[in-house]
Design a binder for this molecule. Structure first.
Ligand SMILES: Cc1cc2nc3c(=O)[nH]c(=O)nc-3n(C[C@H](O)[C@H](O)[C@H](O)COP(=O)(O)OP(=O)(O)OC[C@H]3O[C@@H](n4cnc5c(N)ncnc54)[C@H](O)[C@@H]3O)c2cc1C
Length: 392
C-alpha cells in the first residue's frame, strides 16, 4: 500500500500538467496510465507536430452547456504561460495560421517536456497500469490497480474522452463521475469528418482528395477554411469545425465562393462574358472538376446571356448556400474530441473540484468543455490541469 497526496488517473495532456503543477508545490503525486506510455494523443496531434496552443484563446471558442465555466481556468493559465515553458525547454515553434502554434520538429518534444517537468517535481508515473476499482473512506480515495492499492486524499480524473479508442480512450472517467454522483451530459463525436450517403455521396465520391476554400454554416455558426472531399463525405478544417455544432438532421450549407460578392460577380459575367458557359466561368473560380459536377447536378449550364433574373438569383443562392445533407459523422474512430461529458454544474470552475465530493477533481476532455480546432483543446487541458494541480 502506498500513500500519496494526489492520485491522477490518466497520463495525457491534462493529467501530466496537473501532476507537474502539484509536484512543484511539494505534493507527493502519482499518475496511473493504462497505456504503455503517456501522452499518446499529444504524440499524434497536429500531424505529429502538436498544435499545442492558440494565441487567440478566448472562452468564445469553447462549447459547453455552461459557456462561462471555462473562463476562470483559461484566465489563470494562458497561452503565454505554456509558451514560456515551451521556450524554457528550448523547443522551437511557429505559427501556422490563425494563431495556431506548432512545434517546428515533433510533438515528442512536448511529451518529453511534460515528463521532464514531472520528473523534476518528483512525480511517480505508473504506465501500463490499469485501475480495477475506486473507493473512498474517511482518509481519502483508495484506488485498486493491477499493481496494488494506492491511497490519496485527492483524486484527479484525467481520463480524456471517447475519441480514438485505439489510442487508449475509454469511458472510464464518465463511469467514475457517475459513481460519485455526478451528472454526465450526453457525449458525441466532435471535430470529425461528416459522412454523406445516397445520391449525395455518389455525386461527389470520385472527387475524393479535392480541396477548396469555403465557408461552412450550421445555424448561427460558420467557419471559413478548407473543405476536403473524401470517399465517405466531407472533411477539412472548416467541416471539422462545423461538425461540433452539427446534429443529425440539422441543415448545413456551404458558401462555395466565400471571398466573393456573388450577385455582382454573376452580373459582371452576364455583361462581359455573355457567350461563356456557366461551367467555364465557375471553373475559373473553383476547381474545374468541382465546377463541372456543380453544373451537372445542382446548376443549369448555359451561356450567361441565356439566364434570366430569377435563374441568376437561384445560381447566386446555390453558390452562397450549397445545401449539404450529411448522413452522420465518422464517429469516435476519427473524431479529435468528445463533446459533452462531466456536467460542469457539479464542479468548481476555479479548482475543478467536485461540489459534492471534496478531494475529487475532473480535468481536460472528460469535462463538458470542448474547444475549436486549432490548439484550443490542449489549452483547456493545460489550464484545467493547472487549476486542479494548484488546488489538489
Ligand atoms: C488525432 C488527434 C489530433 C489532435 N490534435 C490536436 C491539436 O493539434 N491541438 C489540440 O489542441 N488538440 C488536439 N487534439 C485534441 C487533444 O488531443 C485532446 O483534447 C487532449 O489530449 C485532451 O487531454 P486529456 O488529458 O483530457 O485527455 P487525453 O490526452 O486523451 O489523455 C487521457 C489519458 O487517460 C488515459 N486513460 C484513459 N482511461 C484510463 C484508465 N481507465 N486508466 C488509466 N488511464 C486511462 C489514456 O490512455 C490517456 O493517456 C487532437 C486529438 C486527436 C485525436
Amino acid at each position: 500500500m502506498s500513500d500519496f497526496d494526489v492520485l491522477i488517473i490518466g497520463g495525457g495532456a491534462a493529467g501530466l500538467m496537473c501532476a507537474l503543477t502539484a509536484g512543484q508545490r511539494g505534493k507527493r503525486v502519482v499518475v496511473i496510465e493504462h497505456a504503455d506510455r503517456c501522452g499518446k494523443k499529444i504524440l499524434m496531434s497536429g500531424g505529429g507536430r502538436c498544435n499545442f496552443t492558440n494565441t487567440g484563446v478566448t472562452p468564445a471558442q469553447y462549447l459547453s452547456a455552461n459557456p462561462h465555466f471555462c473562463k476562470s481556468a483559461l484566465a489563470r493559465y494562458t497561452p503565454n504561460d505554456f509558451i514560456e515553458m515551451v521556450e524554457r525547454h528550448g523547443i522551437a515553434y511557429h505559427e501556422k495560421e490563425l494563431g495556431q502554434l506548432f512545434c517546428d520538429e515533433s510533438s515528442k518534444q512536448i511529451v518529453r517536456m511534460l515528463l521532464d517537468e514531472c520528473e523534476w517535481a518528483g512525480v511517480r508515473i505508473e504506465t501500463g497500469c490499469s485501475v480495477e476499482s475506486v473507493g473512498q473512506d474517511d482518509a481519502g480515495f483508495n484506488v485498486r490497480t493491477a499493481r496494488g492499492m494506492l491511497k490519496a486524499p485527492s483524486l484527479v480524473v484525467a481520463c480524456g474522452g471517447l475519441s480514438i479508442p485505439r489510442m487508449g480512450a475509454t469511458g472510464f472517467g464518465y463511469q467514475l463521475a457517475r459513481q460519485f454522483g455526478h451528472d454526465v451530459l450526453p457525449t458525441r463525436a466532435g471535430l470529425v469528418p461528416l459522412t454523406l450517403s445516397g445520391t449525395h455521396l455518389e455525386r461527389l465520391e470520385d472527387l475524393s482528395g479535392l480541396s477548396l476554400p469555403i465557408e461552412a454554416r450550421c445555424g448561427k455558426q460558420s467557419f471559413s477554411n478548407a473543405m476536403l472531399i473524401t470517399h465517405r463525405g466531407l472533411s477539412g478544417p472548416a467541416i471539422l469545425q462545423i461538425s461540433s455544432y452539427w446534429r443529425e438532421g440539422d441543415a448545413l450549407t456551404i458558401n462555395l465562393l466565400p471571398g466573393d460578392d456573388i450577385p455582382p460577380l454573376l452580373s459582371q459575367w452576364q455583361t462581359d462574358r455573355r457567350d461563356a458557359q456557366l461551367q467555364t466561368l465557375l471553373g475559373e473560380v473553383l476547381p474545374k472538376r468541382f465546377a463541372q459536377r456543380l453544373t451537372e447536378h445542382w446548376l443549369p449550364n448555359r451561356p450567361m446571356r441565356q439566364f434570366n433574373s430569377p435563374e441568376l438569383d437561384h445560381i447566386a443562392r446555390t453558390l452562397a448556400a450549397w445545401p449539404i445533407i450529411a448522413s452522420g459523422t465518422e464517429g469516435y474512430r476519427t473524431a479529435e474530441v468528445t463533446l459533452g461529458g462531466v456536467d460542469t454544474d457539479g464542479l468548481s470552475s476555479s479548482t475543478m473540484m467536485s461540489k459534492h465530493v471534496p478531494g475529487l477533481y475532473f480535468i481536460g476532455e472528460v469535462v463538458d468543455v470542448t474547444g475549436w480546432l486549432g490548439g484550443y483543446n490542449f489549452q483547456w487541458a493545460w489550464a484545467s490541469g493547472r487549476a486542479a494541480g494548484m488546488a489538489a
